[in-house]
Ligand binder design. Sequence first.
Ligand SMILES: [Zn+2]
Length: 239
Amino acid sequence: MFIVGMTELLYLRDSYISKFEAMVTDITSEGIILDRTAFYPEGGGQPSDTGWIEWEQYTSHVIHVLKKGEEVYHVLSREMPSRGTIVRGIIDWEKRYRHMRYHTALHILAGVVYHLYNSTITGSQIGEDKARIDFTLEDLSKDNVERIEYEANKIVEEGRNVKIRFIPREELVNNPELIRIKPELIPNLPSLRIVEIEGFDAQLDGGTHVSNTREVGRIKIVKTINKGKFNKRLEIVLL
Ligand SMILES: [Zn+2]
């Protein structure tokens, strides 16, 4: 007998899980489904995790992880375990930790532009060794860019804790400032996840983050792009 349905997403409560055990609940042409996973599926501007799945004497590369509806599909390179097998998942930690640092850096920037200019985020993407964030702002002068970078690094240096909590969906109505994404992107779940940089900024979010802003490292804005009158892009690297 197998439990079919929602995969428990371990990374939502603890972004630092790099190894875990799980049971294979289904094998599909899209990939294998586990009862629980710490692999982050591509989404919200954060790339998919990669890594390995081990069982018995076998190891397969996890080359991509994607979420469709409520299911997470792990795409394997070689052998597939059969249904019901207990496997060990191992995340490529170097890569994931870099994503966590960049993701947290984007939160800091989102908070800074929100507090300084009341700007909201229109998009973001994390790459291998850089990231970008788009937000609403009319005047992105050189002075403004320097100010954003300065304020962002101040938050890094202050070593603020990054906390995760869950709130009932109804609470959003009273806290519209938590929503920095398009309302249609808010998951249709009774409980929503809030990522909070202590004493600075909180927002709805499903990604993985470091637990203290100091782990981000120095944020450098390397490029600005004018995407339209009210749409500006910042490209950053972490030093
Ligand atoms: Zn996030």
